[in-house]
Structures are given as structure tokens and as C-alpha cells.
Design a protein. Structure first.
Length: 406
């Protein structure tokens, strides 16, 4: 995924793009007819610039999305893009006449390994062009925003020169800065006058105050370290200032509108604040009344608690008295239960005696009844005997029935 750290034409500020394009314009003078490697090529616009004059250019970047973007947007003869790490380049020794690495080294943890790898793929007569921001200037310019989260190691001038000198025997150092200038361009250039004359006034810029460091490293001595000036198409300072002023005026108008809106909002907030303060005062008065009521109710609660305590004490005494009475009644009830149980047993025996007596009475009644029947029968027989003459006569002489009327 693309971030604000990667420069993409059309998606970044013009000044930021110009300082990056200027480095490739600086290196393009050294790329004519050479085999070139753009290590950490990013979106590919710089490799495309070098391909205008180089024999061949390979743009290399570890980010797959950057390589895909470069392949889609920059399709030129003798220009290819590959995904690879700067610390493990997939090329043979001495494969390139020119290796460039602009604003790459500060992003690498193993930046020393990258310097060694750049020396390996560089031809004996080749050149390695590398740039990095000045740590002192960069830290001051980002004081409000904080450290760049994409940078792992930033360099001061002496450290940058020392690390390069440890790998390459010959180094030419340049200081890159934004400068204002006035250009005189002919309406129609004459024949044989494709070059430009440049005059740079003023003393030398101290390295500690420079924006960027650019080094041209080589295995062999170099010559011709002249000043290079890049004037971008957006380099008309007056026009750029007018555009910038117009942008500032537009921003100022937006800020004025925002300020007016903010003042209106502030007035509304002030009105709401006063209303809230009035409501708060009323709430405070209500709270005071409520506090007074709560205080009175608290006093009443204390009185009720005292009454409850007295009632509880009296109730406890009454409960103890009732408990004693209940224990006495329970003891009496236990005794009564014992007596009732004894009387119950006696009643059971009495009932058994009554049942026995009833059975005896019933038997004797039945016996008396049977006896009564027999008496009645005997009486009837006796009456018959008494009424019969033959019986009387037979008894005298011994005749007749034997005296049994059945």
C-alpha cells in the first residue's frame, strides 16, 4: 500500500516532487549510454528519467505494489522493473556502470550491507550515486511532527562521509538545497547553443545547514565536480508565489468563515451556558430545600429509631415473660398429657370390661330367653296334662301315654 513517504507524481506537493526529480536530473548526466540500476526505485518515475539517455535501466524495489505501479505507468524500451531487496541484489558482480539510490539508505536497517552490495554490482569504472537527508536539518524541520516513522537511521554529514569512505576509495560530495533564482530563457534558441550558463552567488553553504547530501562514489578517481542547477517547470518563483498567495487567501477566507461560524457557535454556547447556569442555580436552591427536608427527616428517623429501640426492649421483655408462661403451660400440658394418657388407658380397660359385661348380658339374656321359651313349653304341656282325663286316669292305672305331650 502506498504511503505519504513514497513520492508519486501528481499525488505529492510540487516542491517535494521537484527535489526528488532534481536528483535524477543530476544523475542523468552520468547515465548516458550506461547500464544503470535504480536501487529502491519506488514508483518508477526516476528510472524512467534515466532511461531517456541510458543504454538500459533496471528499477529495483522490495515493495511489490511499487513495482506493479512502475510497470503499469512507465513502459519504455530498455527499462525493466524487479522486486528485490537492496541488501541482496539478484545481479552478478560488476553488472552496472551506474547505481543510484536516492533517499533509500535511511530506510534500511542493514544499510552497511547495502553499501557493500552496491560496490559488488558496480563495474570497476562505474559510479554509485547516493543521497540522504541531513539529520540535523531534517530533525529541526520535523520538530512539530516528530520523527519520521519510516526512517531507521539518519545521517549527519561527517557520519555519511565516513561510512561511504569505508567502502569506496573515491567520493565526491554535493550539498542539495532549495534556492531561488531568476532564469533568462531565449524565446528561440540559436544553433549550437543547447547549454545554459549558470551563476551562483554567495558563499558556500555549510553541510550542517544543507537539506540533503548527495555523494558520487567510485573505485577510481573522478573529475569535473561542477555545480548543477535544476530548474523545474514549476520554478517560476513569482508565479509560484502568486499561486501560493492565492491559496493562502483562499485558506484565509475559509478560516474567516470558520471564525465567523465559530463566533456564532460561541454565542450560542454562551446563551446555553447562561441558561445552564440559571438552571444550575435553581437546582442548587432545590438541593438546599431538599437538604433541609432530608435533615428534618433524618432527625425524625432518629426519633423513630429511638422509639423502635424502646418498643423492641419492651417487646423483648414481654416476649421473655410470654416465653416463661409458655414454658409453664407446656410443662402443665405435658403433665396433663401424662394424666390423660393414664386415664385413657383406664378408659380402654373400662370399655373392655363393658364389652365383656355386654357379652355376658347378651349371653344371659339369650339364655333367659331360651329358658323362658322352655318354661312356656312346659307350661303348655302342663296345662294339657292337667286338662286331659285320660292322662289323669292313665296315671292312676298306668295306661295311656307316657306323659310326654310330644
Amino acid at each position: 500500500m502506498f504511503t505519504g513517504e513514497r513520492v508519486i507524481p501528481g499525488q505529492v506537493d510540487a516542491d517535494l516532487l521537484n527535489e526528488h526529480v532534481a536528483r535524477y536530473a543530476f544523475a542523468a548526466r552520468l547515465a548516458r549510454g550506461k547500464r544503470v540500476l535504480d536501487a529502491g526505485c519506488g514508483a518508477g518515475y526516476g528510472a524512467a528519467e534515466l532511461a531517456q539517455s541510458a543504454l538500459s535501466v533496471v528499477g529495483s524495489d522490495i515493495a511489490a505494489e511499487a513495482v506493479a505501479f512502475a510497470r503499469e505507468h512507465y513502459r519504455l524500451p530498455h527499462l525493466a522493473f524487479e522486486q528485490a531487496s537492496c541488501t541482496a541484489l539478484p545481479h552478478s558482480d560488476a553488472a552496472f556502470d551506474l547505481v543510484v539510490a536516492f533517499e533509500v539508505i535511511e530506510h534500511l536497517n542493514a544499510w552497511r550491507d547495502f553499501l557493500v552490495e552496491a560496490r559488488r554490482v558496480l563495474a570497476p569504472t562505474g559510479q554509485f550515486v547516493v543521497s540522504t537527508p541531513n539529520k540535523l536539518y531534517y530533525a529541526a524541520s520535523r520538530r512539530g511532527a516528530g520523527a519520521n516513522p519510516f526512517h531507521t537511521h539518519e545521517f549527519e554529514f561527517d557520519e555519511f562521509r565516513g561510512e561511504l569512505s569505508a567502502i569506496f576509495p573515491h567520493i565526491s560530495l554535493f550539498l542539495e538545497n532549495h534556492v531561488e533564482g531568476v532564469a533568462f530563457r531565449p524565446l528561440a534558441a540559436g544553433e549550437g547553443a543547447p547549454t545554459a550558463e549558470v551563476r551562483v552567488d554567495g558563499g558556500d553553504t555549510p553541510p550542517a545547514e544543507s537539506h540533503f547530501f548527495v555523494a558520487v562514489c567510485a573505485h577510481r578517481p573522478q573529475s569535473g565536480n561542477s555545480t548543477f542547477v535544476y530548474i523545474p517547470s514549476a520554478g517560476n518563483v513569482l508565479r509560484e508565489r502568486e499561486t501560493h498567495i492565492a491559496l493562502l487567501e483562499g485558506e484565509l477566507r475559509r478560516k474567516d468563515d470558520w471564525l465567523a461560524e465559530s463566533q456564532s457557535d460561541l454565542a450560542e454556547l454562551d446563551r446555553e451556558h447562561r441558561q445552564l447556569m440559571a438552571e444550575l442555580q435553581e437546582s442548587n436552591r432545590w438541593a438546599e430545600r431538599l437538604d433541609a427536608e432530608i435533615t428534618a427527616k433524618d432527625a425524625r428517623v432518629v426519633e423513630l429509631q429511638e422509639e423502635v429501640t424502646a418498643v423492641q426492649a419492651a417487646g423483648q421483655a414481654k416476649i421473655e415473660e410470654l416465653d416463661r408462661v409458655n414454658r409453664t403451660k407446656s410443662e402443665w400440658a405435658a403433665q396433663l398429657d401424662t394424666q390423660l394418657e393414664s386415664r385413657g388407658q383406664e378408659l380402654v380397660q373400662c370399655v373392655e370390661y363393658l364389652h365383656a359385661a355386654e357379652r355376658t348380658v347378651e349371653e344371659r339374656t339369650r339364655w333367659a330367653h331360651e329358658l323362658d321359651i322352655e318354661v312356656q313349653q312346659l307350661r303348655r304341656k302342663l296345662a294339657l296334662l292337667e286338662d286331659s282325663r285320660w292322662v289323669r286316669l292313665g296315671r292312676r292305672v298306668g295306661w295311656g301315654p307316657d306323659g310326654d305331650p310330644q
